[in-house]
Design a protein around this ligand. Structure first.
Ligand code: KG4
Ligand code: ZN
Length: 334
């Protein structure tokens, strides 16, 4: 079965063809980073317009990379939630139009569940129950996963998402947008023990997250407590130390809470997804826990961590097998 997936929930326009939920036949991703960089974050109106301008070309590219015509597509999958409403609407409208014209089923997909499915694309079957950590620019959530399609939220961020914290700290340090990849890179040359930034664990055994205090701590460290101090710009070495110390504080909390959840729920596997799951330190620290926990820990390849439509088309196959087809009245839900 060939499914065409469409992803426009944030700032990547992507279309992909996946065969039988496993084989990525094509996966075309157009990042809008250069459009948003100047503003230090995603501007919804700009994202929406850019999706509109590129969606048809991206779908055509996904089909031509796959050497397929639209007539050979068996179903269309699209992310309808969560995301920026205007951005979601572009993908959902394109998908509905194709379904009507081709008379094929429409499968609406939850973006966060698709991020988790990136593990199935790469590794095949996962042992359930699994603990799934989804860490992206907009979300930080721990799920109890009972199958590829059933995910029960256990805890989430009460303020900033992990990726948002990376992006904001990068802005504070003058490293640009998006912040995750550049902090990851700069942190490699720094000392993670250089600055004792706070770790917010919230109440005992909580599976919720909070990153806004950490972000503020970096701001005060960088600009001085009184905020009026015009310190001379930190050296490259100091920036690397701040990046490494900040990253370690985020990773400590993400890893500790993921381990706690997997113990509480006797998980048989841990899996990750979302842009922040591309972080080299997080991947290394989670992989190190595999031995302690005596269960496999899966991290998708970086290209499948950030937003892409292959994860959408892949998950749609499982939903199709379960008869979970959407009507053409399905809505985009932010
Ligand atoms: O999943 P994603 O592509 O889009 C959303 O659904 O939000 O995630 C984007 C986020 C951005 O905040 C970006 O800074 C972060 O993922 N990110 C990283 C890394 N690569 C991307 N964060 C930390 N380390 C990375 N290597
Ligand atoms: Zn995402």
């Amino acid at each position: 079965m060939l499914i065409l997936g469409i992803e426009t929930s944030c700032d990547e326009t992507s279309a992909a063809v996946v065969k039988d939920g496993r084989e990525i036949v094509s996966n075309v991703i157009l990042s809008q980073d250069t459009l948003h960089r100047h503003f230090g974050g995603v501007v919804p109106e700009i994202a929406c317009r850019a999706h509109l301008e590129s969606i048809i070309g991206i779908i055509n590219n996904a089909l031509s990379d796959a050497k397929l015509s639209l007539a050979e597509i068996d179903a269309i999958a699209v992310v309808n939630t969560p995301g920026l409403i205007g951005a979601l609407l572009i993908g959902v409208t394109a998908a509905k139009t194709l379904c009507m014209a081709l008379d094929v089923p429409l499968i609406a997909i939850n973006h966060l569940h698709a991020h988790i499915y990136a593990n199935n694309l790469e590794y095949g079957d996962i042992q359930y129950p699994a603990i799934s950590l989804v860490v992206s620019g907009g979300h930080t959530i721990l799920f109890l996963s009972e199958s590829e399609t059933k995910h029960i939220p256990l805890g989430w961020t009460i303020d900033d998402a992990a990726g948002e914290a990376f992006d904001k700290v990068s802005k504070i340090l003058g490293l640009g947008y998006p912040g995750g990849p550049v902090i990851d890179k700069r942190a490699r040359g720094g000392n993670q023990h250089a600055v004792p930034f706070p770790r917010s664990y919230l109440e005992k055994d909580s599976l919720d997250f909070s990153f806004s205090g950490l972000k503020t701590a970096v701001l005060y460290h960088y600009r001085g407590q009184d905020f009026k101090t015009h310190r001379k710009p930190p050296s490259d070495h100091e920036v690397a130390d701040i990046a490494a110390s900040f990253q370690e504080a985020v990773v400590d909390v993400l890893v500790d809470k993921t381990v706690l959840a997997s113990r509480i729920y006797n998980a048989r596997a841990v899996q990750t997804g979302g842009g922040v799951a591309a972080n080299s330190r997080l991947r290394q620290r989670l992989k190190d826990k595999s031995k302690d926990l005596s269960i496999p820990v899966y991290c998708p390849p970086a290209k499948l961590c950030t937003d892409n439509a292959a994860m959408v088309a892949g998950l749609a196959y499982k939903k199709f097998l379960e008869g979970d087809i959407s009507g053409l009245d399905v809505e985009a839900i932010p």
